[in-house]
Ligand binder design. Sequence first.
Ligand code: PLP
Length: 375
Amino acid sequence: MKQVYLDSAATTSVRPEVVEEMIKVLRDDYGNPSSTYSIGRHAKALIENARKIIAKQFNVSSSEIIFNSCGTEGNNWILRSAVRDLGVKRIISTKLEHHAVLNTIKQLNAEYGVEMVFLDIKETSEIDYEQLEQLLKEGDKPTLVSLMHVNNEVGTELDLKRVATMCQENDALFHCDTVQSVGKTRIDLAEIPVDFIVASAHKFHGPKGIGFAFIRKKNVLRPVMFGGEQEKGLRAGTEGTHQVVGMAKALEMAYELLDEERAHITSLKEYCSKRLVEVYPDVHFNGNKTGFYNILNVLLPLSEEKAAMMLFQLDMKGIAVSRGSACQSGSQKPSHVLSQFLCAEDLKKPSLRLSFSHENTKEDIDILIDVLKTI
Ligand code: PLP
């Protein structure tokens, strides 16, 4: 049975070229990057070279890139240190953020009493930029804005430059969770005055367990974990040289192949939307009409009984997709993202998140549609 993987927003396969580089490092370059003899120095050089490759993609200095384990870690570190070490007293965000951000903000509110302000969300799943500007102008507390670039469930894309400029003009810090957009769209940080971004290699066909944060030079963060001097003491612990090298290779390839792969994925998304409308003329696409090019969140006009079986049936046929809302199972809560802008009635209906990569084909979509037709 052909496996059809339509869940690339959850994670991606590792590119074969990345696997090869990683194997080479695992086999030959096992020295501890902190050791001063030759194989240690060599491992250190590999890490610094990877840092340069990554920094170049964003037009920043390599000293502004700090390696860590994942997007969750990067988000936690930045938000926590901004409150603890940079004197942030108010965080403006949304309830659409990934839990790595949302739960961290709630924790900081409980621990430090930092004020939390959540922006209104429009029916299109977008923020109200005027509301944000108003809040920035009227507040007198040191503020950090934390907004994701691309929403992982519905693909809503933030106007990064507009928010970054607004924050700069109003003396607020801006943290952007770019986990879903890094490697999928170009981000020129020399042009866009964002203070912090985070990335996770497994979202752009790199290995799991490795990520990085960009910390603009003027913002001096402190570590949350104490130990050795790795990553200038900001992230102690022996580096996984193979992970770092694999991540840099994956990012470099993602940007080399970006235009070609984006065109392919965009056409697949269009094809999938068209086929879904053929099968379900009443289908509704959740969120912003256009959305980011690799994510399609679809609300299917199915009865609750049919909906309950849908994910199971798709799985039985080798199709991997994510649920958009899980009301149908009874035991799970509806998606915290969809519940921000769908009405109660629509939240009861099944939603699917389909997310595509360069590896998908029209045949994958046809297989999905054929199974959906039988439900
Ligand atoms: N932020 C967003 C928008 C995500 O989609 C994810 C992962 O799904 C994360 C953060 C967490 O990343 P990681 O799995 O690397 O911890």
